[in-house]
Ligand binder design. Structure first.
Ligand code: SF4
Length: 316
């Protein structure tokens, strides 16, 4: 079981001079903040599959539905070499227990959604994942993947961090061996977090565990994992988070005086209006969970994240 979270990253975002013109695209949040809490696996797909530095630009070209990676000036076709390298790499990454990926925005190889795809006759016809990221998404559709640019947005950053840490705990759970009791404990501690992303998925996961005796353990784990990460791929918006915070507040109906209640309500409202980060009402409710001895709340990862997760969320 690895302690450190491993995240793949486009090498140029870390400051490596691997771009087509020998430059980098260093991102301060990635190198100065995220780097303190995770172990990076830096990759430059273009260099790794044999392109030099500097090099001509490549672009994705839609050849009758077959997306090819083609040199802009020379017309050299890198598709097969990139596919061969990506296939080997993705096998290795599976063994590495990767918990997320940060890719460079708008690159023909690494983009998440903004990579240009050209027609064979010239202009760009649409945008989509870069060539390497498309392979990554095919192989790991539920892996948390973000671009360095989108991680500047607090909501997207928060969602990414939460998902990465859940995936790490999920991998650790699997490493301990599949036992339904452990899965129920895992689910119990993630209930509020899952609700914040997907109320329907949260209920489906509850039903699945309620019927777990009907299926074999491996089937239950496989179905749970697929459903969990599908749910977490939905964004936890301010409205959804506010609903979960109000639900948590209900546990203190008889404990808080009217002034303290009003303070919590104010913090939730300020968060919902975008004036303060989520971590402020979360920390307040976590404080009351301990003060008034609410074990169900106190064990929720939503209110009480891992220390590294908390530091990153505090940064949001
Ligand atoms: S965007 Fe990807 S392919 Fe381009 S330089 Fe950065 S790591 Fe390499």
């Amino acid at each position: 079981m690895r302690d450190m979270i491993r995240i793949g990253v486009s090498a140029c975002v870390l400051g490596e001079k691997v771009r087509f013109d020998g430059s980098h695209a260093r991102d301060a949040f990635i190198t100065d903040t995220l780097a303190k809490h995770v172990e990076f696996i830096p990759l430059c797909p273009e260099v790794a599959c044999g392109m030099g530095i500097p090099r001509e630009k490549v672009r994705q070209v839609d050849c009758a539905g077959d997306i090819r990676l083609i040199g802009h000036e020379s017309g050299e076709d890198w598709t097969d070499r990139m596919n061969a390298w990506a296939g080997r790499l993705l096998n290795e990454l599976e063994q590495d227990g990767l918990c997320g990926f940060v890719v460079r925005n708008a690159s023909p190889s690494c983009a998440l959604m903004q990579g240009k795809i050209f027609s064979t006759t010239g202009g760009p016809v649409r945008r989509g994942a870069g060539f390497f990221t498309a392979r990554l998404l095919e192989r790991h559709p539920l892996l948390p993947i973000e671009t360095e640019e989108r991680l500047q947005t607090p909501l997207l950053r928060e969602n990414f961090i939460r998902r990465v840490f859940v995936l790490k705990r999920w991998r650790d759970l699997l490493a301990r061996g599949m036992q339904i009791g452990h899965l129920v404990d895992f689910h119990t501690r993630h209930k509020m977090l899952i609700r914040a992303h997907d109320l329907r998925g949260y209920r489906e996961l509850g039903h699945l565990l309620g019927e777990s005796s009907v299926f074999n353990t491996a089937e239950v784990f496989a179905a749970y994992g697929a459903l969990l990460f599908r749910s977490l791929s939905l964004k936890a918006t301010p409205n959804k988070n506010a609903d979960v915070l109000m639900h948590a507040m209900g546990f203190f109906k008889r404990d808080l005086d009217s002034r303290d209640k009003q303070e919590v309500l104010d913090k939730i409202a300020e968060y919902k209006a975008g004036r303060i980060p989520l971590i402020i009402p979360v920390t307040l409710l976590n404080h009351y969970a301990r003060k008034f001895d609410k074990p169900y709340l106190a064990q929720q990862f939503y209110l009480n994240p891992d220390p590294a997760e908390l530091k990153l969320l505090n940064h949001v």
